[in-house]
Write a protein that binds this ligand. Sequence first.
Ligand SMILES: [Zn+2]
Length: 352
Amino acid sequence: MVRAVQLPDGDRPVDLWVDAAGCLVPDPVPDAERLPGRYVVPGLVDAHAHPALGSKAGIPVPLSESEAVKALAGWAATGVCLVRDTGSPGGSVLRLGLGPGMPRLQAAGRFLAPAGRYFPALLPEEAPEQRLTELALGELARGARWVKVIADFPQVVDGMPAGPPALTYSGEAVAAMVAAVHAAGGRVAAHTTTDVVSELVRAGVDSIEHGNAMDESALQLMARGGTAWTPTLCAVLRIHDDTPDATRQRVASYQDRLRELLPLAERLGVPILAGTDTAGPIAREVALLAEHGLEPSRALAAATTTGYSVLGEPVNRLGQPATLVTYEHDPRQDLAALFSPSTILIDGVRVR
Ligand SMILES: [Zn+2]
């Protein structure tokens, strides 16, 4: 059993009973072991991650299937219980077989981008505009629950993005693809770093990934339509020793913008998701959300309750296998507590 304060919003300990099969049950279980931890979340959710990507000299590269499984196991050990995979080269993540004690996975299949408009190593097959809908539906047919469209990107020259990002597909093509994906029961995540957020929201996409050029009118549209925002701060605020000054300045001014945009998004009711992209860990993303204007409990919600609700993933129903992560100290007092989980239970399997 777990006796703990339920986060992000609880204020007193409650008893959660887990039977021998790992299922959540309503009544006390005789002689049940008390699991360590005084604060509990229904698992952490990484809503923008790429288990099948690694990085070489700062450039994303594909990982093998066994390396991807290893990455997911590593995330499980940090308390990540649900992962939305936001794209893999050729949709390799769709082929992964995950055993017990691994995070639940909602995969997006392959990246959809036209030739020369995404990292070449991640784009074994390009998606020309006239085939966008057909290819998106193909990924759903292979088991993807999401479709990942690269809505803007620089031209790629000699294998590297060069120059400013620009639109990859027309608004009409994206809108037609989104309508077809929705009709087939899937959802669409859109990568964007330019000021096309409102256009993408009007086209019906379900989540804005990165969204570096977010503004108030886009947030208002998103609030109305329930479109989620995954700002991926670990990735977009990343600075290396050799990062040029101009980039550092751009990051610093975006940080100032975020301190207005994130609280505004929260006030408007835009679902904010925690996603690490290729630059985790998730505990750091939650800390960054709080450093950029979210109350700690709201930053925690982004990586827990909001994640489950936006991804439509049921969790912790009575009689079903339990998923939970506990902490000894209240992460709302100090989010660094998220780096030290006490107990991790994923779908009834004790991971820690
Ligand atoms: Zn990504």
